[in-house]
Ligand binder design. Structure first.
Ligand code: IMP
Ligand code: MG
Length: 185
């Protein structure tokens, strides 16, 4: 399946349908709900990309939780992250002794998650785990633990379901690979 964006320049190829995403999210919520039963974790959403996933995840989650957000930025061009990542907006919650569950959209090189885990560890949580909707293992530069994973995806740039390219396409309900420069674009 292919679509054109509104400018008609970029081809989008379906990678994960909303039904497949929904199944993954329900499975992850079951796993997380089972493992944290009786506890009250702080879900740490990584802005901006994870906001759609997080919103769906919590509505499937049979668990008492708190939510907070962090934002990270890496210096680097368009579709690839450099190793230099900084936290541009930190937690507002005192997480010392708390159970933290990082909620990420996609783990690519791993630099962002590595940086975030270092930032969180310094705040002395009681425990720390990672829940990622997607992972691109072929692109990993640093090893990061993923405790809950929706799916592994091939090395293609993905958009939709919160994932953007230059701030576009985040609202698509399905996930697409972006193929640039087709048809003379
Ligand atoms: P990493 O630091 O290389 O692991 O990349 C992490 C961040 O880059 C993710 O949180 C995403 O925001 C972004 N990213 C990585 N791959 C993609 C993609 O295929 N589409 C959209 N954003 C991506
Ligand atoms: Mg991101």
């Amino acid at each position: 399946m292919e679509e054109r964006d509104v400018a008609g320049r970029v081809a989008l190829t379906l990678v994960l349908s909303r039904e497949e995403i929904g199944q993954m999210v329900r499975r992850l919520a079951l796993e997380v709900g089972r493992d944290y039963r009786g506890r009250r974790p702080v879900l740490v959403g990584v802005l901006k990309g994870a906001f759609v996933f997080l919103a769906d995840l919590v509505r499937e989650l049979d668990l008492d939780f708190e939510v907070d957000f962090v934002r990270l930025a890496s210096y680097g061009s368009g579709t690839t992250s450099s190793g230099r990542v900084r936290v541009t907006a930190g937690l507002k919650t005192d997480v010392a002794g708390r159970d933290l569950l990082v909620v990420e959209d996609i783990i690519d090189t791993g630099y962002t998650t590595e940086r975030l885990l270092r930032y969180l560890r310094a705040r002395r949580p009681g425990s720390m785990k990672v829940c990622a909707l997607l992972s691109k293992p072929a692109r990993r530069k640093v090893k990061v633990p993923i405790d809950y994973l929706g799916a592994e995806v091939p090395d293609r740039f993905l958009v939709g379901y919160g994932l953007d390219y230059a701030q576009r396409h985040r609202g698509l309900p399905d996930i697409y690979a972006l193929e640039e420069g087709r048809d003379g674009a």
